[in-house]
Structures are given as C-alpha cells and as structure tokens.
Design a protein around this ligand. Structure first.
Ligand SMILES: [Ca+2]
Ligand SMILES: [Ca+2]
Length: 72
C-alpha cells in the first residue's frame, strides 16, 4: 500500500493563484485577463477555474476580482 504524502508537503493552493506565488493579486488577474484575450499562457488554469465548470471564462475572471476585493 502506497502511503499518502504528508499534507504539509503540499501547501494549500490559493484559489485564483495562477502564477503560483501563493497569493492572489492583480498579477494573477492580469494573467487570466490576457489569456481570455488570447494573449500569453495559463499554465495552471485549473487554479483560476473558480466556478469549477472545467473552463476559464469571464465568470472566473469576475469571481477572481470579487475574491481579490474581498481580501483587500
Ligand atoms: Ca499569484
Ligand atoms: Ca470556470
């Protein structure tokens, strides 16, 4: 039986944190915004899929904005 890795080796993913610096800030917002415009890349789009429908849309961007506003 394979042992599961300790959870502290996997820091909690921050929802909306697409550049993986463990904070959600305007940089993440811009990455997703650019990606929706067809600019740049989104390596960990799963993190930006806040409404969890399996794709990145304007709704996820809006959710990120709201999350960002609620945290600041
Ligand atoms: Ca980030
Ligand atoms: Ca989504």
């Amino acid at each position: 039986m394979k042992l599961l890795p300790k959870t502290d080796e996997f820091p909690e993913l921050v929802p909306g944190d697409v550049n993986l610096d463990f904070v959600l800030d305007t940089k993440d917002l811009l990455i997703v915004q650019d990606w929706l415009l067809g600019i740049g890349s989104l390596p960990v789009w799963q993190n930006a899929d806040l409404d969890q429908d399996g794709k990145i849309t304007i709704f996820d961007l809006t959710a990120m904005k709201q999350l960002l506003l609620s945290e600041s």
